[in-house]
Write a protein of this length. Structure first.
Length: 375
């Protein structure tokens, strides 16, 4: 349904088929057609497998993708999605990730779904994916492992630390494949951001539910200049009074490398009148467990406070600008009043200072004049 919605958005069927052909998978065909669900028009995609397919291991699927002629970015995204599934299956079944054998997911149709989704994001020029909280249903579904409850164990494992919402529907609304695509591609899960919708695509499912149209909707849009976006962020804090301060700089590097959005240290006065340090880390909600474990493992704290809040952030992009100092990487910040403010990356400024002998202060002053003169 994800791939079908991308085709409805304008993904070239010819480009999709060309990319999929580089996987060298045989005995399948694609049936792409327009249809409707409860009066809602969209695209239906079916993968027809012409003969039984083997159960493939994660290492075999990875090799198929790595040896393919996919464009570099879709190849990397497809490998990332399959790694998400493999790690979840390994935890659920208690086996090493390299020895995971896929059943439904290893089938040709699921390989097409995952690779096709990666191809679609690349071809449509999508830079950021924001997903609504995924609906969790109650019931049972038949699989190669037998009858299991929904959400499937692998689905829940994939969606740990991801916002979800309950549903009384008896239909399995989120499969492991769909969960992995969302988890790997989405930058965040939550409400619509402020943006300008440009195209809407609908991918239609096989069944025709009486409860709601069985369709997946993707809205393709553009950021609005000067917008202030609202997103969710996890705030993780702990205080220490017995940690060697030399550890803190290294801790910041580790936290940022593991996905923290920001890290700060604040001097505090703790119990028994001891001077200490408040460590604060911001992270996307789905990374809060990883960041908390890092704090617990790398410091002397016995606990981490975790809260979730919303933040208002300015839209920004990155570009490289030719200046009197040469090429400089620049962050373009879209201000609320519609202006664009260009701010040079400090690493580049420091490099210029080391190369020219000029002061950082003077370089920043000159770059600000050059980069923002037109604004």
């Amino acid at each position: 349904m994800t791939l079908a919605a991308m085709l409805d958005l304008g993904l070239s069927e010819e480009y999709l088929r060309d990319q999929l052909s580089t996987l060298n998978l045989n005995a399948y065909s694609l049936n792409i057609r327009r249809s409707e669900r409860q009066g809602l028009a969209g695209v239906r995609l079916d993968v027809h497998v012409e003969e039984d397919q083997p159960h493939r291991s994660y290492s075999e699927i990875r090799r198929i993708i790595e040896m393919s002629g996919l464009d570099d970015r879709p190849k990397a995204r497809a490998l990332e999605i399959f790694e998400v599934i493999a790690r979840a299956e390994a935890r659920v079944h208690g086996v090493d990730v390299e020895h995971v054998h896929f059943h439904e997911v290893g089938a040709v149709d699921s390989i097409v779904d995952i690779v096709g989704a990666a191809v679609g994001v690349h071809a449509l020029g999508i830079s950021t994916v924001i997903c609504s909280p995924l609906p969790m249903t109650r019931g049972f579904v038949s699989t190669a492992h037998g009858t299991i409850p929904t959400p499937a164990p692998a689905t829940l494992e994939i969606l740990k630390d991801v916002p979800v919402t309950g549903s009384e529907s008896s239909i399995e609304l989120v499969t492991p494949t769909g969960a992995a695509i969302a988890r790997a591609l989405a930058a965040s899960f939550g409400p619509y951001p402020r943006f300008t919708p440009r195209k809407i695509g609908y991918g239609l499912g096989k069944s025709d539910s009486p409860e709601f149209p069985n369709a997946l909707r993707i809205v393709l849009g553009e950021e609005t200049d000067g917008q202030v976006n609202l997103d969710a962020v996890a705030v993780l804090e702990c205080q220490v009074d017995d940690l060697d301060p030399r550890v803190l700089g290294h801790l910041m590097d580790i936290l940022l490398a593991r996905g923290a959005l920001d890290v700060s240290f604040t001097a505090v006065q703790m119990k028994k009148n001891r001077p200490g340090t408040l460590i604060t880390a911001l992270a996307s909600p789905h990374l809060r467990t990883d960041v908390a474990r890092t704090l617990l493992g790398q410091t002397t704290t016995l606990g981490v406070r975790v809260s979730q809040c919303q933040r208002m952030v300015l839209s920004r992009t990155s570009e490289t600008v030719t200046t009197s100092f040469g090429d400089v990487r620049v962050k373009v910040v879209h201000m609320p009043d519609g202006r664009k403010e260009r701010r040079p990356e400090f690493d580049d400024v420091r490099g210029i200072a080391e190369r020219t002998g000029e002061s950082v202060r003077e370089i920043l002053r000159r770059l600000d004049r050059e980069l923002n003169a037109a604004e």
